[in-house]
Every structure is written in C-alpha cells, then in structure tokens.
Write a protein that binds this ligand. Structure first.
Ligand code: GLN
Length: 568
C-alpha cells in the first residue's frame, strides 16, 4: 500500500533589499521603514535589518556629533538610528540579529575559522563573508518567523565599503530567485543654474548596481519636487524598468507621510504582486490607524513649547538634531497624544556658561518645559547644571534622561545639600563628593581600556514607589492600576550610577528615589514631590527608546501634561 507522505509546506519568505544611489542622506532608512510598514499594514509579518558598512563592531564607539544617535536595542546592542525608525514604524522590538557591520561580520567569520567550523577549507573574503551576511539575514527572518525581511544596505552603490553586502544580496537572489526584490533609493538633483530635474546621476547609479549583478525592481526617486512623466519615461528606458516602477518621492514635511505617499503610488500592491504575496488586508483598512496619527499631527494647532538643552547640536555651522532623534520623536508622540502641537527649541548648553549665563537662563521661562537628554564628558555640563537649578527653582517642568538625571542629582547635592564640589567621577574623579560614581566592575573595564559595548546596556527592570510621580505616570492611567503593579522595563546606556552613600542624605533633603533596580542597589528614577515642583523627574534609563507613534511613552506623556498645565 502506498504510504501517505505528509507534505510540509514551508512558509515562503521574501527579502527586500534597499540600496542607495547618487548621494547618501536622502532617506533610505525612512524608505526602508516605510516599505516595511506598508507591508505590515497589509497583514504581513515584517522585520527589518540594517547593514552598516563600517568596521566598528557597534555604533557605541562613534561620536554622536558625526554619526547621529546611538539607538540601543532591548538586548543591549548599540546600533544605528535607523533601527529606531524600524522599531517606531513597525511598533515592535527588534533584536541584535537585525543589525550588522563589516566589523561584526568579519569578527564572526574569524571566530568560526578559529573554531574549525569551515572543515579545513581556505576561508576567503568571497564567498565566506557574503555567506555570513546571508546567514545573518536569514536568522533575523527565522527569529520572527517573518514573511518579509526588509534589508537596508548602508552607503551608496559604487562605494568600496558595501560591495560585499551587495554581493550577498546578489547571491540571495540566486538562492531565492522569486523571493528577492531590489529597491534603489536614488536622488534627482535640480541644479540651480538649469532649474531642471536631472536623471543622469540615477542612470549611472543603476548601471553601477548592474555591475554588481543586480537589477532594481523599483526606483524610488527622491527629489525636491514630484517627478513628471517625462522623467519617469526616461529612467524607464535607460534603466530597464517599467515606468510604473519608478516611484516619485518628493521632499515631505513629515517622515510619517512617506508610507501614505508610497501607497498613493500603489507600492504595496506592486511589491506583493511581484513576490506573489497574498495580503489579507486592503491598503485602505491597513492604513487606518497610521492615517489617524498623521492627521492628528497635521490638524492640531495649539502649541507646546519645549526646550531641549544638550551638547551635541553643532557640527561646524550646522545644527545636528539627529543626535537626539528618539527624544524628539518621543516628545512629538506624547504631545500629539494630549492634543498639543510640539514646538521644539534646541539649545546648546555651553551658552549658559558664558558671563554667568543669567540673562540666557531667564529666557527659559518662556518654555512650557525643559528636557536634558543623555550625554558624555565634561563639555557643557556646568551650563546644564545651571539650567537644572533654574528650572527647579522656577518650577518649570523638567525631564532628565540619563546624564540629565545624574546632573540633576549633582545640582541638588551642590545647591540644596550644600556639597559645593559634588560631581560625577566621569568629570572630576578627584572631587570629595562623588555623588555619581561607578560600580567596581566598571572601574576594571575602564582601567583596562575595555570601553566598547561594556556600559550597562539594554533593558533592565525597575521597581517603582507606589504613589510617586513616576508610578502614577506608568500605572495610574491604566484600568489595572493597583499597588501590586510596580515593575517597568526600560533600556539603558550608562557607565556611571548614583552613589548610594548619598541617597539617604538626598532623601532627607526632599529628593525622592522613586525607581530602583529589583535588588535595590541601583537608582533608576529621581523626582521631587508634587508639593515642591509641578514636574521634576529624571531617569537613569532612556525612555525615548520605547516611544512609538502608535504607543506614546507614558513618562513623556506625563511630562507633556505638566507642560500643558504650566501657568506662565
Ligand atoms: N555619561 C553618563 C554615563 O555614562 C550618562 C550616559 C548617558 O547619558 N547615556 O553614565
């Protein structure tokens, strides 16, 4: 008798590679996030991978002024800010499998070679490096059992640095001929002297991509204004691509418009039909929640004025707000959630260090609230401490994040406890009153110069004091509110800690330690009671990493509410 063989049908996974042409910085990451988003809204399980071609093992060792924000994943990996966009657009956590650099790929190939995992073969740049890349991309898909993996390759085509990643993409197309899709995000300049949109650089970029054995399935044509049919036709002819696959992507005011604009061009249908993906949800139904959020950002008029006082804003003559992108986005979501339009002002802390800074400090009174985000080193910190003193005394809502918490503790120790030389070990290790210090294991790491990836990184739990401002922010609005509900989990990135020796003294003078690590040894949140200040709260962790457009962060929302209630 014939045996019945049970057929196992493996889910078909698709891979969408997003590569850049002509110039960088035209929104390849946002394009990748938006593609991931519109496919997720059609009912696909989507995950996103970012490839950064530099040698650094992670983004943690890079100067934020040059590279932008370091985005920390829940598992503690320090990554590029694009990972933040993926998490925000997809409204879910993404793991370390989803991020790779040239450094990390080489490191694991070399480790495997040392472990005799290549069966005595000669290990070569090609194919072993691209194979490692492919393995990592597949692993990211497996981990989430994803229907679609969107992979963004950093840099632009033609660069020496990303060649091996393009080779991996080409090899994947060979491995899964019907399931790999290529998107080129290109740029069409309009030279001032001509006033005409030019397609030639994009034509060259596509040829360069062709030289890597890759033909784009679509071109996303970034430009100042929308592209006309004449130019679509031109790119179609010279790049071997149907005109309906040349997607016009003009500059927009808000990045959150981009998924909507892509759908206006029918992009999800185009991708799904090419990859034979059946979608249970229509584009209209899928976009409902997102559209609601975007509409809100456009219609709310009543303003909330918030100052962010930081130290990484200037790069030459330019202002670099990218360094605090998660903070900025977190404020936006919470502000819109309470029906206020956020108006943000970036202030460089060093401004408060000149001539006593009193005149400048007074200008802070015009804001509804002040945020001091994370940072490192000594530059600008005296200015920040003056700002914290001013907002504390003048009852201006204050939210401190990481360094913003450590400096709030220093300010309190100096001006309330009268420990005039209070400081952090990071700035003045000789100070007699190190209210911010390091744990012993960190001292060893610093001593041995083991700085990369060794901070306290990623998600850790904290226990909140019932009834505190922090507890109310997290739990009071919830229907489940009860005293037993007091544990949160937030992402960290710091080496220094509040010195427990001073905690009792600080408490005696009115500072409340409303969040602690479960063992009670590490301080996670400080605050002032509502009787003393309308909102003065600072966290050792970075709540901004968990703020999402469709799930604003509760602490930011509590801060925005306090700003809304501020009577100037
Ligand atoms: N420099 C401080 C520390 O390392 C704060 C870090 C931060 O703000 N992310 O602890």
């Amino acid at each position: 008798m014939e045996k019945k063989v049970k057929k196992i049908i493996l889910p078909i996974r698709s891979y969408i590679f997003v590569v850049g042409g002509v110039i960088s910085g035209v929104g390849k990451g946002i394009a990748a996030s938006s593609i991931a988003k519109i496919l997720q809204d059609r009912g696909q399980c989507v995950t996103a991978v970012k490839i950064d071609p530099y040698i650094n093992i992670d983004a943690g060792t890079m100067n934020p002024g040059e590279h932008g924000e370091v985005f920390v994943l829940h598992d503690g990996y320090e990554t590029d800010q694009d990972m933040g966009n993926y998490e925000r657009f997809l409204n879910k956590d993404i793991g370390r499998e989803n991020y790779m650099t040239t450094g990390v790929v080489y490191q694991s190939v070399i480790q495997k070679e040392r472990n005799l995992e290549y069966d005595g073969k000669c290990v070569e740049v090609v194919p072993h490096i691209p194979m490692e890349v492919i393995e990592r991309i597949e692993k990211a898909g497996d981990k989430e059992n994803a229907d679609v993996v969107v992979v963004e390759i950093g840099g632009t085509v033609g660069e020496y640095q990303n060649m091996l990643f393009l080779e991996a993409a080409r090899m994947m197309k060979n491995k899964y001929p019907n399931q790999v899709f290529f998107v080129m995000v290109s740029y069409l300049p309009i030279p001032g002297t001509l006033g005409e949109m030019k397609t030639k650089p994009t034509q060259h970029a596509v040829r360069t991509l062709n030289a890597s054995g890759i033909q784009p399935d679509i071109i996303i044509a970034r430009s100042k204004v929308a592209m006309d049919d004449k130019r679509k036709e031109k790119l179609s002819v010279f790049c071997n691509i149907p005109a309906n696959r040349v997607i016009s992507a003009p500059d927009v005011k808000s990045i959150y418009d981009i998924p909507i604009n892509f759908e206006k061009e029918g992009l999800s249908d185009l991708i799904c039909s090419t990859l034979s993906m059946s979608c249970p949800i229509t584009p209209k139904d899928g976009a409902r929640e997102w559209n609601k959020f975007v509409n809100k950002t456009k219609t709310i008029k009543d303003e909330l004025h918030i100052a962010i006082v930081g130290k990484y804003f200037n790069s030459g003559d330019f202002v670099l707000s990218d360094v605090y992108i998660s903070v900025i986005e977190a404020i936006k979501y919470s502000s819109f959630a309470i029906n206020k339009k956020p108006v943000l002002t970036w202030i460089n802390a060093s401004k408060y260090e000149k001539n006593g800074g009193l005149k400048e400090l007074k200008e802070l009174s015009k804001f509804d609230g002040v945020i001091v985000p994370g940072g490192f080193g000594s530059r600008g910190i005296e200015g920040i401490i003056s700002v914290i003193e001013y907002v504390r005394k003048n009852k201006i809502p204050y939210l401190g994040l990481c360094y913003g918490m450590q400096l709030a503790v220093i300010e309190y120790a100096r001006n309330v406890l009268k420990l005039k030389d209070a400081n952090t070990r990071e700035v003045d290790p000789k100070s007699k009153n190190l209210v911010i210090t390091v744990m012993d294991d960190q001292l060893n790491l610093i001593g041995n110069k083991r700085m990369g990836g060794t901070m306290r990184l990623g998600a850790y739990p904290a226990i909140l004091k019932p009834g505190s401002v922090a507890w109310k922010a997290y739990f009071n609005s919830s229907k489940l509110a009860q005293i037993s509900l007091n544990t949160i989990s937030e992402r960290h990135r710091h080496r220094y800690e509040v010195n427990n020796y001073y905690v009792e003294m600080l408490e005696k003078y009115g500072m409340i330690f409303s969040g602690l690590s479960p063992d009670g040894k590490l301080c996670e949140i400080v605050e002032l009671p509502i009787s003393k200040h309308p909102f003065f709260l600072a966290t050792q962790f970075h709540p901004e990493f968990l703020a999402r457009p469709l799930a604003p962060h509760k602490l930011f929302t509590a801060f925005c509410k306090a700003c809304k209630n501020r009577k100037k």
